[in-house]
Design a protein around this ligand. Structure first.
Ligand code: FES
Length: 161
């Protein structure tokens, strides 16, 4: 695991490139997350200083947008569809199962770092509800058994590393 100071050269490059841009905060956050995988604490202080904002203001923006992370990403990302068609065909039961299996509500990362859970509102597979996306791959007509197997596969792989 890198030390947070290892991130400073990338953060400084991004700030140098973007800080004069109007509305620079979002492009800076996106660029740092793209380069590091998340937005580390050290970046928050640097961004606040460069843009003459408080750290609380920077954190407020990060927490407002669900796509920003302040911790390293999990090995896998599971996005369970919570829109109408999937809700009416079992997505709520699948969400409850995920809560039980991972100890997570709609959003977050499992304690073992294997899986991040995110809600999504329609994956364009309504005819095959309920649906989810695991690491960008669509899974349709998901049953509790299939979901259990998908989650177990992600967790086993994490243990083997
Ligand atoms: S509502 Fe779930 S895929 Fe459309």
């Amino acid at each position: 695991m890198p030390d947070e100071s290892d991130y400073l050269p990338l953060i400084q490059r991004v700030l140098l490139r973007e800080q004069q841009t109007p509305g620079a905060l979002l492009p800076i956050l996106h660029a740092i997350q793209a380069g590091i995988g998340h937005i580390p604490d050290v970046a928050i202080a640097e961004i606040a200083h460069a843009l003459n904002l408080s750290q609380a203001e920077v954190r407020g923006v990060i927490s407002f947008y669900h796509d920003f992370r302040t911790t390293p990403p999990a090995r896998h990302t599971l996005r369970l569809c919570r829109a109408e068609s999937c809700r009416s065909r079992g997505a709520e039961a699948l969400a409850a199962q995920l809560r039980e299996q991972l100890g997570l509500d709609d959003h977050g990362t499992s304690a073992d770092g294997a899986l991040s859970l995110r809600p999504v509102y329609c994956l364009g597979a309504c005819a095959c509800s309920p649906a989810l996306e695991l690491d960008g791959q669509l899974h349709a007509r998901v049953t509790p058994e299939r979901l259990r197997a998908l989650v177990a596969g992600c967790r086993e792989e994490a243990k083997a590393c």
